[in-house]
Ligand binder design. Structure first.
Ligand code: DGJ
Length: 645
């Protein structure tokens, strides 16, 4: 519910309240965010000595105030929400209240993904003191999930251009009592290390500048009270519906007054906004629970399952799959594929996924990305015939955003490639320029023909390098490139989702290098890591579960010794970890003994019997090695002891 009384805005969800007030100056002072039954207002700011007084009455000191939106140049020296260059070249902004409106709606952004389903909506219109520049603050309320989403839209009604240098999606000012900032850091095959720091007077930043949301720093972060544990204590969770470079920072100037912001990373970002043009920031998601980390996670899981994931597979059973990657890598042969499929089908596996290596002349990672036609040397009858012969649901791997220089596509269209002199390669491949509409149109058609020709019901969409040597040959404003790339990417995904509503997409970026809510708006599940070692995956599952439901985590039983770590774990334990997620097998079943095959058969039977609870039950962590799911009737615990079998 949203109310406005006595100049106070109150946003209520089932269990939380978010309160701020309108000051006479037109600023919005933040008062409270927390438990609905425990509302107490934070005190106004004060003059701390050499602070700047905003008004002649010397009553408002923005440096020590808690605010809903902070600008540059008027005395608020903490992390700003917005930074821009005005038409006259000046850098000061002062956005003040003009009006507000409340309605019910489903969020609709112009070019970015957003949650679906009806919500209550508060829009506050702010205008710059000097210029005809307007800032619209949006609050979207999902009562049942205790989630509030925010974003902002900047509109230029000046005749001249302005340059936007930073526009966050969310700002939360709070009183800090040794609170803890937790983020999830990592690298390739080593995703999601939970990392916590006490919030003190050093600015803490979690951000990505690799051109995707990144395994280096997942955009999901938490702020919690120092005594919070899995079941008790104050925990705030934040995420961003965005897949490009992101930024989350906690800044403290005065000992116990802190500010959290999140949004597009302002580093190497700038957007020119002409007369009557606007810029919208991605949707940020925030939730609060006084029931510790499990309470906060439950809110996030419900919100993602109900309002982020969509389409046919939102609640539909995800198929148990067999994937060819760790079974054969690039060494694909029709005979081997059919043998594997036959074994898989006998065991009860429901979907056969043909991974990398099926197209162009691709025998290793040096060539053919971009040439999306079936390699008839490996699959003489073509994809449709293979699909029919396999006689199971059929899935296929693609990496549409990339090109190898050794490919027909690159030879024909070098202008579509993102590259610069003395280019630095990553996995021998380069980005295609998705900020170029013509290329996006081409990719829509070429991918459509692959999906149609193969008759696939599942697509694994990969992206195997981070960005470097950024240079768009088409769009000369290079500071806009990464954001424009994602606008193109989302159009590509949106169109393919609409054209192929029956296809289940799984996102992947060399594992978890693009594991975020933007992706989950199009792809209901994401491959969590290229590391399939069961113990590593157990740790990652624990970490991912803080911000993401297990129903969106791709999770496979693979061969031992494990291909990444060389370690061996019992088959029972490998299943015990993988079953908390979208289950798959990724190994050559022909290499398993009769006894092992029987075990796999039993595992598949077990998963089918318990799939709904495992994927959509309430997930609880006791500690890193113990967790369970429950749907109220049935409870399934993770059996860590199987590790020693
Ligand atoms: C990286 C993925 O994460 C792997 O599972 C596999 O699909 C390879 N790419 C294929 O190149």
């Amino acid at each position: 519910m949203i109310s406005f009384d006595n100049k106070q805005f109150v946003i209520s969800t089932d269990k939380t309240s978010y309160v701020f007030e309108l000051l006479n100056t037109g600023h919005l002072r933040h008062l409270y965010y927390g438990n609905k039954d425990d509302v107490s207002f934070i005190k106004p700011g004060w003059d701390i000595g050499d602070t700047i007084a905003y008004d002649d009455n010397k009553k408002l000191f923005l440096e020590s105030e808690l605010l809903e939106v902070s600008t540059c140049g008027k005395g608020d020296i903490k992390e700003p929400f917005i930074e821009l260059i005005n038409p006259d070249g000046s850098l000061t902004s002062d956005f003040l209240y003009k009006s507000h409106s409340v309605d019910k709606c489903e969020i609709k952004l112009h070019n970015l993904p957003s949650p679906h389903g009806e919500c209550e909506h508060l829009c506050i219109e702010l205008k710059d003191y000097h210029f005809e520049i307007y800032l619209y603050l949006h609050f979207y309320v999902y009562e049942k999930e205790d989630v509030i989403c925010r974003n902002a839209v900047l509109v230029n009604r000046e005749k001249e251009d302005i340059v936007l240098q930073k526009l966050m999606s969310l700002q939360l000012d709070f009183e800090n009592d040794d609170m803890i900032f937790t983020c999830f850091r990592g690298s390739w095959a080593n995703e999601m290390h939970k990392t916590s720091s006490i919030i003190n007077q050093i600015k803490l930043v979690n951000s990505s500048n690799v051109g995707s949301s990144s395994s280096r720093a997942n955009p999901f972060v938490m702020i919690s009270s120092k005594d919070a544990n899995e079941d008790n204590g104050d925990v705030y969770g934040f995420n961003l519906v965005y897949s490009g470079n992101h930024y989350e920072a906690v800044d403290t100037i005065i000992q116990n007054r802190s500010r959290f912001v999140s949004g597009i990373n302002p580093d190497r970002f700038e957007f020119e906004i002409k007369n009557k043009e606007s810029f919208e920031s991605p949707i940020a998601v925030m939730t609060y629970s006084d029931k510790g980390f499990n309470g906060m996670s439950s809110n996030m899981h419900d919100f993602i399952n109900r309002h982020i994931v969509r389409g046919k597979y939102q609640y539909n059973r995800r198929p148990i799959l067999i994937n060819t990657w760790e079974a054969f890598y690039f060494d694909i042969e029709e005979r081997k594929l059919l043998e594997l499929a036959r074994k898989a089908k006998d065991l009860g596996i429901e979907l056969f996924v043909l991974d990398d290596g099926w197209f162009g002349g691709r025998n290793d990672a040096t060539s053919s990305l971009g040439d999306w036609t079936c390699d008839k040397n490996k699959i003489p009858g073509g994809l449709r015939k293979l699909n029919e012969d396999i006689d199971m649901n059929f899935g296929i791997w693609v990496e549409p955003e990339m090109v190898n220089t050794d490919s027909d596509l690159y030879r024909k269209h070098p202008e579509w490639c993102v590259e610069y002199d003395h280019h630095s390669e990553g996995r021998n491949q380069r980005y295609l320029d998705l900020s170029n509409d013509e290329l996006v149109d081409y990719l829509i058609e070429i991918m459509s023909s692959v999906f149609e020709e193969s008759g696939c019901t599942y697509v694994k969409w990969d992206l195997n390098r981070i960005m470097s040597d950024l240079y768009s040959k088409k769009n000369k404003r290079q500071m806009e490139f990464v954001h424009r790339y994602y606008l193109g990417f989302y159009r590509l995904c949106e169109t393919l989702n609409k054209r192929f509503p029956d296809i289940l997409f799984e996102g992947c970026s060399g594992g978890g290098n693009r594991f975020d809510l933007g992706i989950l708006c199009y792809f209901p599940q994401i491959w969590a890591s290229d590391n399939t070692d069961a113990e590593v995956r157990r740790r990652m599952l624990y970490s991912y579960s803080y911000g993401y439901p297990v129903s969106c985590i791709g999770s496979h039983v693979s061969a031992c010794p494990n291909h990444q770590t060389g370690r061996t774990f019992p088959l029972g334990y490998r299943y015990e970890v993988a079953k908390f997620g979208c289950l798959g097998y990724e190994l050559d079943l022909n290499k398993l003994s009769e006894e092992e095959l029987n075990m796999v058969k039993e595992q598949i039977k077990d998963f089918k019997e318990n799939r709904d609870v495992l994927m959509y039950g309430r997930f609880y962590r006791t500690d890193e090695k113990h967790f369970k799911v429950s749907d109220g009737n049935k409870e399934i615990s993770f059996d860590y002891n199987l590790i020693n079998e």
